[in-house]
Design a protein around this ligand. Structure first.
Ligand SMILES: Nc1ncnc2c1ncn2[C@@H]1O[C@H](COP(=O)(O)OP(=O)(O)OP(=O)(O)O)[C@@H](O)[C@H]1O
Ligand SMILES: [Mg+2]
Length: 257
Protein backbone atom coordinates (compact mmCIF):
# COMPACT_ATOMS: atom_id res chain seq x y z
CA UNK A 1 0.00 0.00 0.00
CA UNK A 2 1.35 3.41 -0.92
CA UNK A 3 2.32 5.87 1.84
CA UNK A 4 0.34 9.14 1.68
CA UNK A 5 1.30 11.59 -1.05
CA UNK A 6 1.93 14.31 1.50
CA UNK A 7 4.89 12.37 2.92
CA UNK A 8 7.66 14.08 0.99
CA UNK A 9 10.30 13.58 3.68
CA UNK A 10 11.80 10.20 4.61
CA UNK A 11 9.56 8.35 7.02
CA UNK A 12 10.74 8.31 10.64
CA UNK A 13 12.25 5.04 11.87
CA UNK A 14 11.39 5.27 15.56
CA UNK A 15 8.87 6.67 18.03
CA UNK A 16 10.17 7.00 21.56
CA UNK A 17 8.91 7.72 25.06
CA UNK A 18 11.83 9.03 27.10
CA UNK A 19 11.61 8.99 30.90
CA UNK A 20 7.86 9.60 30.79
CA UNK A 21 6.05 10.27 34.08
CA UNK A 22 2.33 10.97 34.44
CA UNK A 23 0.58 11.82 37.70
CA UNK A 24 -3.15 12.41 38.14
CA UNK A 25 -3.23 14.25 41.44
CA UNK A 26 -1.91 11.67 43.86
CA UNK A 27 -2.07 8.75 41.40
CA UNK A 28 1.18 7.92 39.64
CA UNK A 29 -0.08 6.44 36.40
CA UNK A 30 3.40 6.23 34.79
CA UNK A 31 6.87 6.36 36.34
CA UNK A 32 10.02 6.80 34.23
CA UNK A 33 8.93 4.94 31.10
CA UNK A 34 11.43 4.47 28.27
CA UNK A 35 10.00 2.75 25.23
CA UNK A 36 10.96 2.65 21.55
CA UNK A 37 8.71 1.52 18.70
CA UNK A 38 10.63 0.83 15.50
CA UNK A 39 9.15 1.20 12.05
CA UNK A 40 8.70 -2.27 10.58
CA UNK A 41 7.87 -4.06 13.84
CA UNK A 42 4.85 -4.94 15.96
CA UNK A 43 5.68 -4.13 19.58
CA UNK A 44 3.28 -5.52 22.17
CA UNK A 45 2.36 -3.49 25.27
CA UNK A 46 0.89 -5.62 28.02
CA UNK A 47 0.14 -5.37 31.72
CA UNK A 48 -2.69 -5.90 34.20
CA UNK A 49 -5.71 -3.53 34.32
CA UNK A 50 -4.64 -0.07 35.41
CA UNK A 51 -0.96 -0.71 34.53
CA UNK A 52 -0.81 2.53 32.50
CA UNK A 53 -1.01 1.19 28.92
CA UNK A 54 -3.69 3.57 27.66
CA UNK A 55 -2.08 6.47 29.51
CA UNK A 56 1.18 5.77 27.65
CA UNK A 57 -0.63 5.71 24.30
CA UNK A 58 -2.34 8.98 25.29
CA UNK A 59 1.09 10.51 25.95
CA UNK A 60 2.57 9.18 22.68
CA UNK A 61 -0.34 10.62 20.68
CA UNK A 62 -0.65 14.03 22.36
CA UNK A 63 -3.89 13.30 24.23
CA UNK A 64 -2.12 13.51 27.57
CA UNK A 65 0.81 15.79 28.48
CA UNK A 66 3.48 13.98 30.50
CA UNK A 67 4.24 15.39 33.95
CA UNK A 68 7.89 14.80 33.08
CA UNK A 69 9.81 13.37 30.13
CA UNK A 70 9.29 13.65 26.39
CA UNK A 71 8.12 11.96 23.21
CA UNK A 72 10.36 11.90 20.13
CA UNK A 73 9.53 10.97 16.55
CA UNK A 74 13.02 10.43 15.17
CA UNK A 75 14.59 13.85 15.96
CA UNK A 76 11.29 15.72 16.24
CA UNK A 77 9.95 16.51 19.72
CA UNK A 78 6.23 15.74 19.90
CA UNK A 79 5.77 16.66 23.56
CA UNK A 80 3.48 19.67 23.88
CA UNK A 81 1.93 19.24 20.43
CA UNK A 82 -1.84 18.92 20.05
CA UNK A 83 -3.21 15.45 19.25
CA UNK A 84 -4.26 16.61 15.78
CA UNK A 85 -0.72 17.76 14.99
CA UNK A 86 0.80 14.54 16.36
CA UNK A 87 -1.51 12.62 13.99
CA UNK A 88 -0.40 14.80 11.10
CA UNK A 89 3.23 14.13 12.01
CA UNK A 90 2.47 10.44 11.46
CA UNK A 91 1.36 8.91 14.77
CA UNK A 92 -2.20 7.52 14.63
CA UNK A 93 -4.18 5.50 17.12
CA UNK A 94 -7.30 3.46 17.61
CA UNK A 95 -9.25 3.81 20.84
CA UNK A 96 -10.17 1.24 23.47
CA UNK A 97 -13.80 2.21 22.74
CA UNK A 98 -14.25 2.59 18.97
CA UNK A 99 -15.33 6.26 18.88
CA UNK A 100 -16.54 6.17 15.27
CA UNK A 101 -18.78 8.89 13.86
CA UNK A 102 -21.97 6.89 14.14
CA UNK A 103 -24.08 8.92 11.70
CA UNK A 104 -21.47 8.72 8.93
CA UNK A 105 -20.86 5.72 6.70
CA UNK A 106 -17.82 3.49 7.09
CA UNK A 107 -16.26 5.05 3.98
CA UNK A 108 -16.95 8.58 5.27
CA UNK A 109 -15.32 7.81 8.61
CA UNK A 110 -12.09 6.91 6.79
CA UNK A 111 -12.30 9.89 4.45
CA UNK A 112 -12.64 12.27 7.41
CA UNK A 113 -9.53 10.74 8.98
CA UNK A 114 -7.54 11.00 5.74
CA UNK A 115 -8.65 14.62 5.24
CA UNK A 116 -7.62 15.34 8.81
CA UNK A 117 -4.16 13.97 8.02
CA UNK A 118 -3.87 16.53 5.24
CA UNK A 119 -4.79 14.56 2.09
CA UNK A 120 -6.80 16.33 -0.63
CA UNK A 121 -10.38 15.01 -1.01
CA UNK A 122 -9.87 12.77 -4.07
CA UNK A 123 -6.73 11.21 -2.60
CA UNK A 124 -8.55 10.75 0.72
CA UNK A 125 -11.42 8.96 -1.00
CA UNK A 126 -9.07 6.73 -2.97
CA UNK A 127 -7.11 5.88 0.15
CA UNK A 128 -10.27 5.07 2.14
CA UNK A 129 -11.41 2.78 -0.65
CA UNK A 130 -8.02 1.06 -0.90
CA UNK A 131 -7.82 0.38 2.86
CA UNK A 132 -11.40 -0.90 3.15
CA UNK A 133 -10.72 -3.23 0.26
CA UNK A 134 -7.51 -4.50 1.85
CA UNK A 135 -9.02 -5.05 5.29
CA UNK A 136 -12.02 -6.85 3.80
CA UNK A 137 -14.64 -4.22 4.65
CA UNK A 138 -15.45 -2.97 1.12
CA UNK A 139 -18.91 -4.67 1.22
CA UNK A 140 -19.91 -2.56 4.26
CA UNK A 141 -18.34 0.73 3.08
CA UNK A 142 -21.77 2.31 2.45
CA UNK A 143 -23.30 1.37 5.86
CA UNK A 144 -23.63 3.91 8.64
CA UNK A 145 -21.56 3.05 11.69
CA UNK A 146 -24.48 2.90 14.14
CA UNK A 147 -25.52 -0.57 12.98
CA UNK A 148 -22.17 -2.36 12.70
CA UNK A 149 -21.37 -5.64 14.38
CA UNK A 150 -18.86 -5.38 17.19
CA UNK A 151 -16.11 -7.09 15.18
CA UNK A 152 -16.64 -4.78 12.19
CA UNK A 153 -16.61 -1.74 14.47
CA UNK A 154 -13.19 -2.80 15.80
CA UNK A 155 -11.83 -3.36 12.28
CA UNK A 156 -13.10 0.02 11.07
CA UNK A 157 -11.46 1.64 14.05
CA UNK A 158 -8.10 0.23 12.86
CA UNK A 159 -8.84 1.11 9.24
CA UNK A 160 -9.56 4.69 10.27
CA UNK A 161 -6.15 4.97 11.96
CA UNK A 162 -4.53 3.57 8.79
CA UNK A 163 -6.39 6.10 6.62
CA UNK A 164 -4.15 8.76 8.13
CA UNK A 165 -1.15 7.09 6.46
CA UNK A 166 0.73 6.85 9.76
CA UNK A 167 4.38 5.98 10.27
CA UNK A 168 3.23 4.53 13.59
CA UNK A 169 -0.15 3.00 14.42
CA UNK A 170 -1.00 2.55 18.11
CA UNK A 171 -3.84 0.06 18.65
CA UNK A 172 -5.54 -0.03 22.05
CA UNK A 173 -7.14 -3.46 22.60
CA UNK A 174 -8.34 -4.01 19.03
CA UNK A 175 -9.40 -7.63 19.74
CA UNK A 176 -11.45 -6.97 22.87
CA UNK A 177 -14.86 -8.63 22.62
CA UNK A 178 -13.99 -10.50 19.43
CA UNK A 179 -14.69 -14.19 18.98
CA UNK A 180 -11.96 -16.69 18.04
CA UNK A 181 -12.55 -16.48 14.29
CA UNK A 182 -12.52 -12.68 14.33
CA UNK A 183 -9.33 -12.75 16.44
CA UNK A 184 -7.57 -15.02 13.96
CA UNK A 185 -8.47 -12.71 11.07
CA UNK A 186 -7.34 -9.68 13.08
CA UNK A 187 -3.98 -11.32 13.84
CA UNK A 188 -3.42 -11.77 10.12
CA UNK A 189 -4.26 -8.09 9.49
CA UNK A 190 -1.99 -6.80 12.27
CA UNK A 191 0.91 -9.03 11.20
CA UNK A 192 0.77 -7.55 7.72
CA UNK A 193 0.52 -3.88 8.76
CA UNK A 194 4.26 -3.06 8.95
CA UNK A 195 5.00 -4.30 5.43
CA UNK A 196 1.72 -3.13 3.87
CA UNK A 197 1.78 0.37 5.32
CA UNK A 198 5.52 0.85 5.90
CA UNK A 199 4.82 1.60 9.56
CA UNK A 200 5.54 0.48 13.11
CA UNK A 201 2.75 -0.86 15.32
CA UNK A 202 2.20 -0.69 19.07
CA UNK A 203 -0.34 -3.31 20.09
CA UNK A 204 -2.10 -3.26 23.46
CA UNK A 205 -3.97 -6.49 24.10
CA UNK A 206 -5.14 -8.66 26.97
CA UNK A 207 -5.56 -11.58 24.56
CA UNK A 208 -2.20 -13.31 24.87
CA UNK A 209 -2.76 -15.55 21.84
CA UNK A 210 -2.92 -12.40 19.74
CA UNK A 211 0.07 -10.79 21.49
CA UNK A 212 2.32 -13.84 21.34
CA UNK A 213 1.27 -14.57 17.75
CA UNK A 214 2.03 -11.22 16.13
CA UNK A 215 4.61 -9.31 18.22
CA UNK A 216 8.35 -9.40 17.63
CA UNK A 217 8.97 -7.74 21.01
CA UNK A 218 6.83 -7.14 24.08
CA UNK A 219 7.04 -4.40 26.71
CA UNK A 220 5.41 -5.14 30.08
CA UNK A 221 3.99 -2.48 32.41
CA UNK A 222 2.85 -3.04 35.97
CA UNK A 223 1.65 -0.32 38.32
CA UNK A 224 2.92 2.39 35.96
CA UNK A 225 6.45 0.99 35.80
CA UNK A 226 8.29 -1.00 33.14
CA UNK A 227 8.60 -4.56 34.34
CA UNK A 228 10.26 -6.24 31.36
CA UNK A 229 10.90 -6.05 27.64
CA UNK A 230 11.91 -8.84 25.28
CA UNK A 231 10.83 -11.43 22.78
CA UNK A 232 7.59 -13.34 23.46
CA UNK A 233 9.64 -16.29 24.78
CA UNK A 234 11.73 -14.09 27.06
CA UNK A 235 8.70 -12.31 28.47
CA UNK A 236 6.78 -15.52 29.10
CA UNK A 237 9.75 -16.97 30.98
CA UNK A 238 10.34 -13.80 33.04
CA UNK A 239 9.63 -14.49 36.76
CA UNK A 240 8.55 -10.89 37.49
CA UNK A 241 6.03 -11.01 34.63
CA UNK A 242 4.72 -14.35 35.85
CA UNK A 243 4.23 -12.94 39.34
CA UNK A 244 2.45 -9.82 38.03
CA UNK A 245 -0.03 -11.96 36.11
CA UNK A 246 -0.28 -15.04 38.27
CA UNK A 247 0.64 -13.91 41.78
CA UNK A 248 1.21 -16.78 44.18
CA UNK A 249 0.27 -19.35 41.53
CA UNK A 250 3.30 -18.39 39.42
CA UNK A 251 5.41 -21.37 40.41
CA UNK A 252 2.76 -23.98 39.74
CA UNK A 253 1.16 -22.85 36.52
CA UNK A 254 2.48 -23.49 33.02
CA UNK A 255 2.62 -19.99 31.64
CA UNK A 256 0.12 -19.04 29.01
CA UNK A 257 -0.25 -15.47 30.23
N1 LIG B 1 -7.84 10.94 33.49
C1 LIG B 1 -7.49 10.25 34.59
N2 LIG B 1 -7.64 10.79 35.81
C2 LIG B 1 -7.27 10.11 36.93
N3 LIG B 1 -6.72 8.88 36.91
C3 LIG B 1 -6.55 8.30 35.71
C4 LIG B 1 -6.92 8.94 34.49
N4 LIG B 1 -6.62 8.12 33.46
C5 LIG B 1 -6.10 7.01 34.01
N5 LIG B 1 -6.04 7.12 35.36
C6 LIG B 1 -5.50 6.12 36.29
O1 LIG B 1 -4.18 5.81 35.83
C7 LIG B 1 -3.91 4.43 35.97
C8 LIG B 1 -3.57 3.82 34.63
O2 LIG B 1 -4.74 3.76 33.84
P1 LIG B 1 -4.75 3.27 32.31
O3 LIG B 1 -6.11 3.49 31.80
O4 LIG B 1 -3.62 3.88 31.58
O5 LIG B 1 -4.47 1.70 32.49
P2 LIG B 1 -4.53 0.52 31.43
O6 LIG B 1 -3.27 -0.24 31.56
O7 LIG B 1 -4.86 1.05 30.08
O8 LIG B 1 -5.74 -0.38 31.98
P3 LIG B 1 -6.82 -1.29 31.19
O9 LIG B 1 -6.12 -2.58 30.87
O10 LIG B 1 -7.91 -1.47 32.19
O11 LIG B 1 -7.27 -0.56 29.97
C9 LIG B 1 -5.14 3.81 36.65
O12 LIG B 1 -4.92 3.81 38.05
C10 LIG B 1 -6.24 4.79 36.27
O13 LIG B 1 -7.27 4.76 37.23
MG1 LIG C 1 -6.43 0.76 28.76
Amino acid sequence: MTPPETAAEPRPTRLQAQNVHVSFGGIRALTGIDLTIRRGEVLGLIGPNGAGKTTLVNVLTGFQAPTEGRVMLEDQTLTGMKARDVARAGVARSFQAARLFRDLTVQENLVVAALGAGLPRRAAEARAHEILDWIGCAPIAHLTCDGLSYGDERRISIARALAMGPSFALLDEPASGMNETECAALMQVISELPAQFDCGVLLIEHNMTVIMGVCQRIHVLDGGRSLAEGTPDEVQANPAVRRAYLGEKADQVALTI
